[in-house]
Design a protein around this ligand. Sequence first.
Ligand code: F6P
Length: 560
Amino acid sequence: MASSPALISDTEAWKDLKGHVEDIKKTHLRDLMTDANRCQSMMMEFDGLLLDYSRQRATVETVDKLLNLAKAAQLTEKISRMFNGEHINSTENRSVLHVALRAPKDAVIKADGKNVVPEVWNVLDKIKEFSEKIRSGSWVGATGKPLKDVIAIGIGGSFLGPLFVHTALQTDPEALESAKGRQLRFLANIDPVDVARNINGLNPETTLVVVVSKTFTTAETMLNARTLREWITAALGASAVAKHMVAVSTNLALVEKFGIDPNNAFAFWDWVGGRYSVCSAVGVLPLSLQYGFSVVEKFLKGASSIDQHFQSTPIEKNIPVLLGLLSVWNVSFLGYPARAILPYSQALEKFAPHIQQVSMESNGKGVSIDGLPLPFETGEIDFGEPGTNGQHSFYQLIHQGRVIPCDFIGIVKSQQPVYLKGEVVSNHDELMSNFFAQPDALAYGKTPEQLQKENVSENLIPHKTFSGNRPSLSLLLPELTAYNVGQLLAIYEHRVAVQGFVWGINSFDQWGVELGKVLATHVRKQLHSSRTQGTTLEGFNYSTTTLLKRYLETSSEPQM
Ligand code: F6P
């Protein structure tokens, strides 16, 4: 049997798609959209969700070829290996099992031969009990007052996912009701301004601090944790830490060393990547404190529903698989380096920043999983804003400048409907009018002939012409409950994995974030010695030396 090529770009399926690009270049979405059979074949429904990818620059043949690429990449096998707990994160020698975090209690998912689902549920049960104590006021602070405010300290995956879910649930009627009288804030940046903003208006007596860090070594998080520990102990004495600080980590030894009672620590495991950890205690603890465990459990169930779909649905009907393949098509074959995430929902305003980390930290790689340099680019530049805000910002570029494949995400039923008497439509219909219009504006554009018919003056015709043929896809959710938020999260997590599986990279490590951290350590040491002993700058290039000199000479930072 012939051995399979080391790089996906060496396969016949890849080369076939390369050749197929020329066919697609001859098409225009204006024409492709007239083929109802094609469009119908590009609609997928699952568990209340509707995906429409008919506005991708793709034909039925393209999709077939992409499915062949998936087979050449052994995508189905790779998905199974993930669910089976194999160490697919080979550079860190770890399983990748965030799906176990939301699995039903009776599921069996093994890592290193051991079913991890009971451990997951032990922690979930502990969160349920603890959050109920805090919310009911049976757990009180050092001065006997209930803890109604929570500051969650964490960065990257220990921040962005929980912030996204919190922001999404804030106006959901059920979540809103259960969060009455409570506040949840997030402290991520080591910029002291972020501390000031977080503690502004809060009283240590009624505040619980949750330190969230997988490693419990992240410089920003640990300094912020020490800063808030100081804030608490200065007001309430050292013994108050036991009542006012809890932790989420895989490193329980360091949690204890920090001074947090191990009984007040909530564990997770090395088989959960930071950016895939929102369904662990990382997200579930702060969110349960704010909304109650029963709301958060619905979020986990929504994610689990997509996990099951992803694991068991044939690739041609599998939503995350199709999305992943289309992204590979856009990036590697059509050459579009970016992707815009455009939820027509203010509640999803933190979705794009979360997916930025999930996608860019996972797939921004330069070598294959076996360490071979890649002759093609991986990952894409993800960015986005809620509609309609984005329309008044960067859509100009998307319509007439660069081609950026867009994800339009719409919600059928608003969390907070408003109907004004005498208005043409409800406020949500107004929002959704844009959601339905923008994809067609991108796909069809506007021709000079159309403009001439409208008697547009000749000199303005080039400026008012829209080339069209700009790809997008639309995802319609029935509503935005905790359950739907979980679905959305899992769709994107798995889509990113699919892209990485097809490109043949390791989507679950992040070595690229290390170098900058190491260099910052050198700078930190230098700042310390310059400030305390007046040591001259050493070991930096001309540029950094000049900048550091200016900083040291002109800054008014207190001497340590
Ligand atoms: O930025 C790198 C990173 O390791 C992310 O992958 C991670 O989400 C973040 O730092 C925070 O790490 P930790 O949870 O260990 O504090």
